[in-house]
Design a protein around this ligand. Structure first.
Ligand code: IMP
Ligand code: MG
Length: 180
Protein backbone atom coordinates (compact mmCIF):
# COMPACT_ATOMS: atom_id res chain seq x y z
CA UNK A 1 0.00 0.00 0.00
CA UNK A 2 1.55 3.28 -1.07
CA UNK A 3 -1.30 5.65 -0.25
CA UNK A 4 -2.04 6.22 -3.95
CA UNK A 5 -4.86 3.70 -4.37
CA UNK A 6 -7.26 6.52 -5.23
CA UNK A 7 -5.30 7.26 -8.40
CA UNK A 8 -5.76 3.77 -9.77
CA UNK A 9 -3.68 0.72 -10.56
CA UNK A 10 -1.94 2.24 -13.60
CA UNK A 11 0.18 4.53 -11.51
CA UNK A 12 3.51 2.84 -10.92
CA UNK A 13 6.77 3.78 -9.32
CA UNK A 14 7.50 7.38 -8.39
CA UNK A 15 10.29 8.50 -10.72
CA UNK A 16 10.81 11.96 -9.22
CA UNK A 17 9.44 13.08 -5.88
CA UNK A 18 7.79 16.43 -5.24
CA UNK A 19 10.71 17.42 -3.00
CA UNK A 20 13.29 16.67 -5.71
CA UNK A 21 11.29 18.76 -8.19
CA UNK A 22 11.08 21.71 -5.77
CA UNK A 23 14.82 21.56 -5.09
CA UNK A 24 15.71 21.68 -8.80
CA UNK A 25 13.21 24.48 -9.42
CA UNK A 26 14.78 26.52 -6.64
CA UNK A 27 18.23 26.12 -8.23
CA UNK A 28 16.88 26.95 -11.71
CA UNK A 29 15.08 30.01 -10.35
CA UNK A 30 18.33 31.32 -8.90
CA UNK A 31 20.25 30.86 -12.16
CA UNK A 32 17.50 32.49 -14.25
CA UNK A 33 17.08 35.39 -11.82
CA UNK A 34 20.76 36.24 -12.13
CA UNK A 35 20.80 35.82 -15.91
CA UNK A 36 17.74 37.99 -16.61
CA UNK A 37 18.13 40.59 -13.89
CA UNK A 38 17.19 44.02 -15.29
CA UNK A 39 15.89 42.57 -18.57
CA UNK A 40 12.28 42.40 -19.83
CA UNK A 41 11.39 38.75 -19.41
CA UNK A 42 8.47 36.76 -20.77
CA UNK A 43 7.82 33.18 -19.72
CA UNK A 44 5.83 31.33 -22.37
CA UNK A 45 3.99 28.31 -21.03
CA UNK A 46 3.00 25.64 -23.50
CA UNK A 47 -0.40 24.40 -22.32
CA UNK A 48 -1.59 22.27 -20.86
CA UNK A 49 1.30 20.16 -19.60
CA UNK A 50 3.51 22.96 -18.31
CA UNK A 51 0.97 24.80 -16.15
CA UNK A 52 2.22 23.47 -12.80
CA UNK A 53 5.89 23.81 -13.72
CA UNK A 54 5.24 27.39 -14.84
CA UNK A 55 3.47 28.22 -11.58
CA UNK A 56 6.43 26.95 -9.55
CA UNK A 57 9.28 28.28 -11.72
CA UNK A 58 7.81 31.80 -11.89
CA UNK A 59 7.56 31.87 -8.10
CA UNK A 60 11.18 30.74 -7.82
CA UNK A 61 12.28 33.89 -9.68
CA UNK A 62 13.32 36.90 -7.64
CA UNK A 63 13.00 39.30 -10.61
CA UNK A 64 9.92 40.67 -12.42
CA UNK A 65 8.57 38.68 -15.35
CA UNK A 66 5.49 38.49 -17.52
CA UNK A 67 3.61 35.31 -18.37
CA UNK A 68 2.15 34.19 -21.69
CA UNK A 69 0.33 31.06 -22.76
CA UNK A 70 0.29 29.12 -25.98
CA UNK A 71 -1.65 26.03 -26.80
CA UNK A 72 -0.58 24.01 -29.77
CA UNK A 73 -1.92 20.80 -31.06
CA UNK A 74 0.39 18.51 -32.96
CA UNK A 75 -0.72 15.86 -35.37
CA UNK A 76 0.20 12.36 -34.42
CA UNK A 77 1.62 9.69 -36.66
CA UNK A 78 1.35 6.49 -34.65
CA UNK A 79 2.48 7.28 -31.12
CA UNK A 80 4.80 10.20 -31.94
CA UNK A 81 3.99 13.74 -32.91
CA UNK A 82 4.58 14.67 -36.55
CA UNK A 83 5.74 18.17 -35.79
CA UNK A 84 2.92 19.79 -37.74
CA UNK A 85 1.32 22.09 -35.24
CA UNK A 86 -1.89 24.05 -35.18
CA UNK A 87 -1.91 27.05 -32.88
CA UNK A 88 -5.05 26.80 -30.76
CA UNK A 89 -4.12 29.72 -28.50
CA UNK A 90 -1.51 32.34 -29.34
CA UNK A 91 0.36 34.88 -27.25
CA UNK A 92 -1.04 38.38 -26.88
CA UNK A 93 2.42 39.75 -26.11
CA UNK A 94 4.67 41.54 -28.59
CA UNK A 95 7.53 39.05 -28.42
CA UNK A 96 10.04 41.48 -29.96
CA UNK A 97 10.09 43.45 -26.70
CA UNK A 98 11.15 40.53 -24.51
CA UNK A 99 13.76 37.98 -23.65
CA UNK A 100 11.63 34.86 -23.99
CA UNK A 101 11.86 31.60 -22.08
CA UNK A 102 9.69 28.77 -23.38
CA UNK A 103 8.55 26.67 -20.42
CA UNK A 104 7.79 23.06 -21.39
CA UNK A 105 6.80 19.98 -19.41
CA UNK A 106 8.65 17.32 -21.38
CA UNK A 107 10.61 17.01 -24.59
CA UNK A 108 10.03 13.70 -26.30
CA UNK A 109 10.66 13.59 -30.07
CA UNK A 110 11.16 17.36 -29.92
CA UNK A 111 9.03 17.96 -33.01
CA UNK A 112 6.31 20.05 -31.37
CA UNK A 113 8.70 22.30 -29.54
CA UNK A 114 10.93 22.77 -32.57
CA UNK A 115 7.92 24.12 -34.49
CA UNK A 116 7.00 26.45 -31.63
CA UNK A 117 10.57 27.69 -31.17
CA UNK A 118 10.96 28.33 -34.92
CA UNK A 119 7.68 30.25 -34.94
CA UNK A 120 8.65 32.42 -31.98
CA UNK A 121 12.11 33.05 -33.43
CA UNK A 122 10.47 34.50 -36.55
CA UNK A 123 8.84 37.10 -34.28
CA UNK A 124 12.33 38.31 -33.34
CA UNK A 125 12.48 38.13 -29.53
CA UNK A 126 15.47 39.83 -27.86
CA UNK A 127 16.60 36.28 -27.03
CA UNK A 128 14.99 32.86 -26.81
CA UNK A 129 15.70 29.89 -24.60
CA UNK A 130 13.94 26.68 -23.71
CA UNK A 131 13.55 25.27 -20.24
CA UNK A 132 11.97 21.88 -19.71
CA UNK A 133 11.13 19.97 -16.58
CA UNK A 134 11.77 16.58 -18.18
CA UNK A 135 13.82 15.44 -21.13
CA UNK A 136 13.81 12.06 -22.88
CA UNK A 137 16.87 12.50 -25.13
CA UNK A 138 16.71 8.87 -26.33
CA UNK A 139 13.47 9.66 -28.12
CA UNK A 140 14.64 12.72 -30.05
CA UNK A 141 14.02 12.70 -33.81
CA UNK A 142 14.84 16.34 -34.57
CA UNK A 143 17.77 18.56 -33.73
CA UNK A 144 16.46 20.30 -30.64
CA UNK A 145 18.17 20.87 -27.32
CA UNK A 146 16.77 22.51 -24.25
CA UNK A 147 18.97 25.23 -22.77
CA UNK A 148 18.02 23.95 -19.34
CA UNK A 149 16.44 20.61 -18.50
CA UNK A 150 15.78 19.82 -14.86
CA UNK A 151 15.62 16.04 -15.16
CA UNK A 152 16.72 13.59 -17.84
CA UNK A 153 14.61 10.44 -17.83
CA UNK A 154 14.70 7.17 -19.78
CA UNK A 155 12.16 6.21 -22.42
CA UNK A 156 9.17 5.72 -20.09
CA UNK A 157 5.68 7.14 -20.19
CA UNK A 158 5.26 9.31 -17.12
CA UNK A 159 2.40 11.29 -15.57
CA UNK A 160 1.94 13.85 -12.84
CA UNK A 161 3.02 17.39 -12.07
CA UNK A 162 1.10 18.62 -15.12
CA UNK A 163 1.68 15.64 -17.40
CA UNK A 164 -1.32 13.60 -18.39
CA UNK A 165 -2.49 10.36 -19.82
CA UNK A 166 -5.86 10.90 -21.49
CA UNK A 167 -6.15 14.21 -19.59
CA UNK A 168 -5.91 12.53 -16.19
CA UNK A 169 -3.21 12.48 -13.48
CA UNK A 170 -2.00 16.05 -14.08
CA UNK A 171 -2.71 16.73 -10.40
CA UNK A 172 -0.29 14.16 -8.99
CA UNK A 173 2.26 16.19 -6.99
CA UNK A 174 5.18 14.05 -8.27
CA UNK A 175 6.24 12.24 -11.46
CA UNK A 176 5.25 8.59 -11.69
CA UNK A 177 5.55 5.86 -14.26
CA UNK A 178 2.31 5.03 -16.04
CA UNK A 179 1.56 1.55 -17.33
CA UNK A 180 -1.46 0.00 -19.01
P1 IMP B 1 7.12 15.81 -28.87
O1 IMP B 1 6.71 16.67 -30.03
O2 IMP B 1 7.22 14.37 -29.29
O3 IMP B 1 8.40 16.25 -28.20
O4 IMP B 1 5.89 15.85 -27.87
C1 IMP B 1 5.99 16.37 -26.60
C2 IMP B 1 4.65 16.33 -25.95
O5 IMP B 1 4.20 14.97 -25.87
C3 IMP B 1 4.73 16.82 -24.50
O6 IMP B 1 4.52 18.21 -24.41
C4 IMP B 1 3.66 15.99 -23.83
O7 IMP B 1 2.40 16.63 -23.95
C5 IMP B 1 3.63 14.69 -24.61
N1 IMP B 1 4.43 13.63 -23.93
C6 IMP B 1 5.60 13.09 -24.35
N2 IMP B 1 6.05 12.16 -23.49
C7 IMP B 1 5.14 12.10 -22.49
C8 IMP B 1 5.05 11.33 -21.26
O8 IMP B 1 5.89 10.49 -20.91
N3 IMP B 1 3.95 11.58 -20.49
C9 IMP B 1 2.98 12.49 -20.82
N4 IMP B 1 3.04 13.24 -21.94
C10 IMP B 1 4.10 13.04 -22.77
MG1 MG C 1 0.17 16.13 -23.25
Amino acid sequence: MNGLQGYGKNIGKTIISGEEIQQKIKEAGKILSEKYDGKPLLLVSILKGSFIFLADICRALTIPCEIGFMRVSSYYEGTSSSGNVDIMLDLDNDVSRYHVIIVEDIIDTGRTLKEVADLLRKRAPLSLEIITLLDKPERRTVDLKADMSLFTIPDLFVVGYGLDCGEKYRNLPFIAEYSE
